[in-house]
Write a protein that binds this ligand. Structure first.
Ligand SMILES: NC(=O)c1ccc[n+]([C@@H]2O[C@H](COP(=O)([O-])OP(=O)(O)OC[C@H]3O[C@@H](n4cnc5c(N)ncnc54)[C@H](OP(=O)(O)O)[C@@H]3O)[C@@H](O)[C@H]2O)c1
Length: 264
């Protein structure tokens, strides 16, 4: 039977760990007795996250380091420091990601590149850096966070680049799984639906409205509602807890309630 107590004493890196899904994943891992290295670009966000997590979990199980997942020097340093801090590294959760709404015609080149670099290049570079550090460790795992929009084309409109890049993450995860089998590193893709986070904070409101209007016109005025990030975090702990030799391949977790698109 899968027991999350199997995570006690294990050490994991969570990219994008200062907010949203990443924070919830760290919280769940720490609650299972694991040690967590939180990585993100913003130092303030990391400090705030570490302070809040320390109120409920042993502070010695929490490590933070600034790291842009699109920068291989940052990654190398942060991953090596995390492993040194805990004396082990049992897994990587490739969670850092972002989106920029906009119709295909209006998206700027820098917005396209930012989404590709953060979601796809970041997943590739972090996986590359993790493999040698995970090799030979106890029950090593890599988990890549996709999005329901990679598969369900009615999730939202005007997020074409984000959805396509997450589809690329899923395809990449397939080959990563095959290549990592030789080293007994389990590879999992988690595909969440909409959840309540700060994901859309800072989005251009006019472009968001245009996307929601196009979405409602095409697919009707109701959609899946959002879910609490803790449900996805728990599913990740579960996937990490399988015994060596077994891995969750792909898991889709989506809200099972509906809401008006006017709420967006
Ligand atoms: N929210 C949803 O409805 C939803 C649904 C499906 C999938 N997802 C996926 O879930 C993941 C987390 O999303 P979220 O909703 O939790 O977003 P969020 O609340 O905006 O948090 C994003 C996190 O990623 C970090 N980050 C962004 N760019 C980074 C970079 N280049 N390098 C390192 N860290 C970076 C952010 O910190 P800094 O800005 O300080 O770097 C932050 O910690 C993403 O992969 C997203 O695509 C989200």
């Amino acid at each position: 039977m899968t027991e999350t107590s199997a995570l006690t004493g294990q050490a994991y890196i969570v990219t994008g760990g200062s907010k949203g899904f990443g924070y919830a994943i760290a919280d769940s891992l720490l609650a299972c007795g694991a040690k967590v290295g939180l990585l993100a670009r913003g130092q303030q966000g990391l400090d705030d996250a570490a302070k809040k997590l320390s109120e409920q979990h042993p502070h010695e199980n929490i490590f933070t380091q600034r790291c842009d997942v699109a920068n291989s020097d940052d990654i190398r340093q942060a991953f090596a420091n995390t492993k040194q801090q805990f004396g082990r590294l049992n897994g990587l959760i490739n969670n850092a990601g972002l989106a920029r709404p906009g119709s295909v015609e209006t998206l700027r080149e820098d917005e396209v590149i930012l989404q590709m670099n953060t979601n796809f290049l970041g997943t590739v570079l972090c996986s590359q850096a993790a493999i040698p550090l995970l090799r030979g460790e106890d029950n090593p795992r890599i988990i890549n966070i996709s999005s329901a929009s990679a598969w369900h084309y009615n999730e939202m409109l005007h997020l074409s680049i984000y959805a396509s890049v997450k589809a690329a993450v899923e395809r990449f995860t397939r080959d990563l799984r095959l290549e990592c089998q030789e080293d007994n590193i389990g590879v999992t893709c988690i595909r969440p639906g909409a959840a309540w986070t700060e994901f859309a904070e800072g989005w251009d409101s006019e472009r968001l409205t245009a996307g929601v209007e196009a979405w409602a016109k095409r697919f009707g005025t109701v959609s899946d509602s959002g879910m609490d990030v803790s449900h996805v975090a728990e599913s990740i702990c579960y996937a990490l807890s399988y015994p060596p030799g077994v891995a969750v391949d792909l898991l889709e977790v989506r809200p099972n309630s509906i809401a008006s698109k006017e709420a967006w």
